[in-house]
Write a protein that binds this ligand. Structure first.
Ligand code: 2P0
Length: 354
């Protein structure tokens, strides 16, 4: 810094993840403990990702945060404070560039964080997942925090946003709902690495990048309060589906993987419709994508592509490399690129994810 005080910094990039078995509903709001386990695919870090720089220095007077270049007040963000506190109280000493900082110094100095997404925030593309995972990972690096037990850092990321815990691992990741009331066993665990299924492809079709109407947090609270289907799903459907999905991934069985992915997306959106007042995350373009995928699969007599939708209208499509060109052609046929079509950004997204 200008007055000679040391500044230590770390920059990291963390991709977002796409759930194929969905998380929807909490049993504990403060600790963000889910009603059911979930399973996701982490995207490539060069695709949809958050990039975060964290810095610590005795010259900083207060903790500060910038999101996409704009300073954001953190004093009333409980989730952000919980993550910061949890990493800070585990700080160890560090040594970098000939400078040293003791444990006591790291626990008392202020921290600056600057984070950027390379995709639209709050459009149902899990920006909070990548953001909180990246925050916790980079802070842990900065403060010399190592895990006492595997998954410790994912439990901290979970305090920021439930789905964030899954973005700390690449490949295929399970978030165990856990049993403990303090949440120490509600952690993420990799079920297969990023090299496991080389010809699996993910395509994100951006239907609409405006801010969504109902946040995930508020939406799932409403569902927990009012949807009988949600409890049935969490207790009687998801446990078996988790087992079947892990088996499909282990066997690289695209037929089973695709069928389970579509069924679980559809049940999640059925739960939203079963909520009072009902929540609509998908729109006409989303339903058109479902239609074209279902039609293709029916014609082919097998699953060529599988769709999944989160808390927004954007479609995430899975296929195998051999069918990627055919999937893009079908999308182009139904959504010819032009300024007025809602899907006009998908080609760019497809490029992003190839
Ligand atoms: C998921 N979603 O499993 C599901 C599918 C959206 C639909 O996780 O309240 O942003 O921060 O824990 O993690 C979105 O919920 O909610 C989400 P909080 P989060 O990916």
């Amino acid at each position: 810094s200008p007055d000679g005080a040391p500044i230590f910094s770390v920059t990291a990039r963390t991709p977002t993840n796409i759930a194929v078995i969905k998380y929807w509903g909490k049993r504990d709001e403060a600790l963000i403990l889910p009603l059911n386990s979930s399973l996701s695919v982490t995207l490539d870090p060069n695709d949809l990702a958050a990039t975060t720089t964290v810095a610590i220095s005795p010259a900083f007077e207060e903790d500060k945060l910038w999101l996409n270049g704009k300073e954001v007040s953190i004093s009333d963000s409980v989730r952000y404070q919980n993550c910061l506190r949890a990493v800070r109280e585990r700080a160890q000493g560090i040594e970098a560039g000939g400078e040293k900082a003791s444990q006591e110094q790291l626990r008392s100095w202020r921290i600056h964080v600057a984070s950027r997404n390379n995709f639209p925030t709050a459009a149902g593309l899990a920006s909070s997942a990548a953001g909180f995972a990246c925050l916790v990972f980079s802070l842990a690096q900065l403060l010399g925090v190592t895990e006492e037990r595997p998954g410790d850092l994912s439990a901290i990321a979970r305090l920021g946003s439930g789905s964030a815990c899954r973005s700390l691992y690449g490949g295929f990741v399970r978030w165990n709902m856990g049993q403990a009331s303090d949440g120490h066993d509600s952690i993420a665990e990799q079920v297969a690495g990023e090299e496991h299924w080389p010809d699996l492809r993910v395509l994100v079709a951006v239907v609409n990048d405006r801010q969504k109407d109902t946040s995930s947090t508020a939406g799932m609270q409403q569902s927990v309060r009012t949807s009988p289907l949600l409890l049935h799903r969490a207790k009687a459907v998801v446990p078996e589906r988790m087992v079947a999905m892990e088996r499909a991934i282990a066997a690289r069985d695209f037929q089973a993987f695709g069928a389970l992915t579509m069924a679980d997306s559809n049940q999640f959106h059925a739960t939203c419709l079963d909520t009072s007042p009902p929540i609509f995350y998908m729109n006409d373009a989303s339903r058109q994508v479902i239609g074209l995928v279902e039609q293709w699969n029916a014609q082919a007599g097998e699953i060529k592509a599988a769709y999944t939708f989160d808390a927004g209208p954007n479609a995430v499509l899975f296929c195998l490399e051999a069918d990627r060109g055919a999937l893009l052609r079908r999308l182009l046929y139904h959504f010819p690129p032009s300024d007025s079509t809602p899907l006009n950004e998908y080609v760019e997204s497809a490029e992003l994810l190839k």
